[in-house]
Design a protein around this ligand. Structure first.
Ligand SMILES: Nc1nc2c(ncn2[C@@H]2O[C@H](COP(=O)(O)OP(=O)(O)OP(=O)(O)O)[C@@H](O)[C@H]2O)c(=O)[nH]1
Length: 557
């Protein structure tokens, strides 16, 4: 018999792939991709801020707006970002020349990223590349202005990119615990994005038995105003196909697989070692079929990689229109609320399906398998990688699955989960307003914070599901008479966390300083009973009573 070697079709060499990071957030995402390790693909960082640019691990860096911003950021002005990138257009074009596929990572909402992303997409398209845009939307607490800037840019990107993958930072903030810092929230978001980028690159770049082409990818991510649904899991050993699928569905971006129920197309990629069997593939696809609608267009790809040894990985990519996302939690929360199964707001943990999956699964739920782990593994904390409850019979009393979160009852108090964009306050919310200084409140433990149903300030948290808990009315409001700040101070988010926390502490000091101008009265140290020394002679040395504290003796002189 003559052996016919299968030729991997449509393989894109990694050398024709470039990953571009725009602005501060893009640079951080790029760093994450590089640190997580991605062989072959070249990295290019573009930024106005020379300080951030020089710290980037990207092999290639281009400064934007050399003459315009002179090495500084744009201070949150997308128009400056737009002009700045035009200054470097020739350099960027030269760098992207000949690339077949260009991935662009950007955090929308600031000036450089929002202003330059559409231009970079245009240049890459003009050079003949397929452009996949990974964009984050700002956290809710960043305020309306940033969100509007992000929306404007997103609208342009929807037209200019071939595939647009959006991530909501707020949503990804759910990967960190309430008490973790904002840096952890960003880091968790970056890890998730990095995993998604790597998975998509694997899908289209790695030679496969059944390849997923760029057109398939485009079809899976076609919806313009959508959120990316992504999950990736890996497992080995007995039942590895089932375990890998379960781990992929455990990704918070899939809400335990619940969001796939509305997906119109789902891209599935399997990768295993040389022992990958057809039976495993069939089993896995059959199980997946229970999570996606029968009408969904399932794009399937598979690859054999000897390096996987006995492991099997599955990657799921899909997208869901934003309006569906808005509707869905509302309905689910209302239903659960009515059934008493769930607090009416604040789905801080990934959603659990209302009805258990009828599919009986052999694995016990009480532990994560030793030989399997979700590939994204963003957070060592237990609830982030909790086993999906899709296979368990209904256990209503176990539904709120985060007993360790002492702030959880706060969510139960709120009865009005829905907040429209328009209802956001006009002025950007400060971190103080949103309760970021919970830790600095000394009496936090004694007096648990209460969100009132009519408390508009706190409502955006309900919508976002972001797990940093507000302490509501206990915190001081930003002072109206604060002197105007410079543009960089106000808008350069690259330094925002430190700035904001610093400012916040100042505010707290100011707010709690005595308003009357009177100083606090002093406790008297002398004159009271002296306990066991009562009646004994004072210890006088060189005319000074040593029993009186030194600072009081000084005062008396
Ligand atoms: N995921 C993630 N998002 C970030 C990070 N840093 C900032 N962001 C988000 O990205 C948005 C834009 O921030 P930057 O990228 O720093 O801003 P820029 O595009 O460089 O613009 P300017 O600094 O205003 O010139 C912010 O509003 C945040 O929502 C990060 O490290 N990770």
């Amino acid at each position: 018999m003559i052996e016919f070697p299968r030729d991997p079709q449509n393989v894109i060499p990694t050398s024709s792939v470039k990953i571009v990071g725009l602005g501060g957030a893009g640079a951080n995402m790029l760093d994450r991709v590089a640190l997580d390790g991605l062989d072959g693909a070249e990295l290019l960082a573009l930024n106005t801020d020379i300080r951030t640019l020089s710290g980037s691990v990207a092999g290639e860096r281009i400064q934007l707006g050399r003459n315009l911003t002179k090495g500084l950021g744009t201070g949150g002005d997308p128009e400056l970002g737009h002009q700045a990138v035009l200054e470097a257009e020739d350099e960027i074009r030269a760098s992207l020349k000949g690339r077949k596929i260009v991935f662009v990572c950007v955090g929308l909402g600031g000036g450089t990223g929002s202003g330059s992303a559409p231009i970079v997409a245009r240049i890459a398209r003009e050079e003949g590349a397929f452009v996949v845009m990974f964009a984050t939307m700002p956290f809710v607490f960043e305020g309306r202005r940033r969100r509007e800037q992000a929306e404007t840019s997103l609208n342009e990107l929807a037209v200019l990119s071939n595939a647009l993958v959006t991530f909501d930072n707020s949503r990804m903030g759910e990967l960190v615990l309430a008490k973790q810092g904002i840096h952890e929230a960003f880091a968790a978001a970056d890890r998730m994005i990095s995993e998604s980028i790597k998975a998509v690159i694997r899908l289209v770049v790695r030679p496969g038995l059944i390849n997923i082409g760029l057109d398939d990818l485009m079809s899976a991510l076609r919806t313009t105003r959508s959120r990316c649904l992504f999950g990736s899991g890996i497992a080995r050993g007995k039942d590895r196909a089932q375990k890998a699928l379960r781990n992929a569905l455990a990704s918070p971006l899939l809400d335990q697989g619940a969001l796939l129920k509305d997906a119109q197309s789902v891209l599935v990629h399997l990768c295993g070692g040389e022992d990958l069997t057809l039976f495993e593939i069939e089993l896995l696809m059959e199980s997946l079929g229970k999570h996606v609608p029968p009408s969904a267009h399932v794009l399937f790809g598979a690859a054999v990689d000897p390096g996987m040894n006995d492991q099997l990985s599955i990657t799921l990519v899909s997208s869901l229109p934003e309006e569906r996302l808005r509707d869905r939690p509302t309905m689910e929360r209302a239903e659960r609320s009515a059934s008493g199964l769930e607090p009416s707001v604040g789905f801080a943990s990934p959603l659990v399906e209302d009805e258990p999956d009828p599919e009986p699964e052999p694995e016990p739920e009480d532990k994560m398998e030793e030989d399997s782990e979700p590939e994204w593994a963003p957070d060592p904390e237990p609830e982030a990688v909790a086993e999906p409850e899709i296979e368990e019979p209904e256990k209503p009393e176990e539904e709120p699955d985060e007993p360790e979160d002492e702030d959880e009852p706060v969510a139960e108090e709120v009865e009005e989960p829905e907040v429209e964009e328009d209802e956001e306050p006009d002025t950007p919310r400060s971190l103080e307003d949103d309760g970021f200084f919970a830790e600095s409140e000394p009496k936090e433990e004694e007096e648990p914070p209460r969100l009132e149903p009519d408390d508009d300030d706190d409502a955006p948290f309900a919508e976002s599901g972001f797990t940093l808990k507000p302490v509501g009315s206990k915190l001081p409001k930003r002072r109206k008479d604060r002197p105007a700040k410079s543009k960089e101070e106000t808008d350069d988010f690259a330094s925002a966390p430190d700035d904001l926390f610093g400012e916040g502490l100042d505010d707290l000091e100011d707010e709690f300083a005595p308003k009357s101008g009177k100083s606090q009265s002093e406790l008297s140290f002398d004159g009271g009973p002296k306990g066991r020394f009562e009646g004994s002679d004072p210890s006088v040395f060189e005319g000074e009573d040593l029993d009186v504290p030194a600072f009081l003796r000084k005062k008396r002189k």
